[in-house]
Ligand binder design. Structure first.
Ligand code: HQG
Length: 183
């Protein structure tokens, strides 16, 4: 059905724009943008499942999914956050809200309280604007989320840069454990 096709398309586009543009024959610019027509062409070439894909289908996954993962700028599209390929996406620094949250597992939380929050497989650490979002992030991995609270105001005062993803997601390179407490 239509909505499961949208989920499938959204996952494929996330794979192409966050993780492996080269295997789709795509070249993103330093901010992660690529032309919609190139993305459509690449998807069609990669898998005949996408042979009827149109600009409207892509606009739909940008607009209508519950999380804002992608954005459009004129004829271009990009993944807003979540990238893992080597060359880091450039973001303008922005002032974060004073408190940010990170939802994770109990085991990871223990390690994080020792070594700080690290980007692991991605280019940046992902933080949430509120507890509910952090909880939803953690529920991907565990039924017992642990929520960490980040003193973003203090980190930012100390010169740590923050970048805005969507309304609920903030990015940073790394968070030292001195700024983190169990919520
Ligand atoms: C953990 C989804 C041990 C960290 C979500 C996390 C988000 C450590 C995992 C976005 C650690 C990395 C990102 C340390 C961090 N020791 N574990 N020092 N530092 N970790 O998937 O934040 O649905 O890269 O706690 O909603 O879970 O894809 O990060 O558990 O917004 O759009 O290492 O991805 O968005 O996992 O999720 P991830 P995340 P989408």
């Amino acid at each position: 059905n239509k909505s499961s096709e949208q989920v499938k398309l959204s996952r494929t586009v996330a794979h192409a724009l966050r993780h492996a543009p080269e295997i789709y024959g795509l070249k993103l610019d330093e901010f992660g943008w690529v032309d919609l027509t190139q993305l459509i062409h690449a998807l069609k070439n990669k898998d005949q499942h996408w042979s009827n894909i149109s600009t409207e289908d892509l606009i739909q996954i940008v607009d209508s999914r519950e999380k804002q993962r992608f954005e459009l700028n004129g004829t271009q599209i990009r993944a807003i956050y979540g990238h893992s390929f080597t060359a880091p996406i450039n973001y303008p620094s922005a002032h974060p809200p004073p408190l940010l949250y990170h939802g994770t597992t109990a085991i990871f939380a223990k390690a994080i309280m020792e070594t700080g929050l690290l980007p692991m497989q991605r280019q940046y650490v992902h933080l949430s604007d509120d507890r509910e979002t952090a909880t939803a992030v953690a529920l991907r991995r565990t039924s017992n989320p642990v929520i960490l609270r980040i003193d973003a105001a203090a980190a930012n005062r100390d010169g740590i840069r923050f970048y805005k993803g969507n309304d609920r997601v903030w990015l940073t390179s790394e968070v030292d454990s001195q700024y983190i407490v169990l919520d």
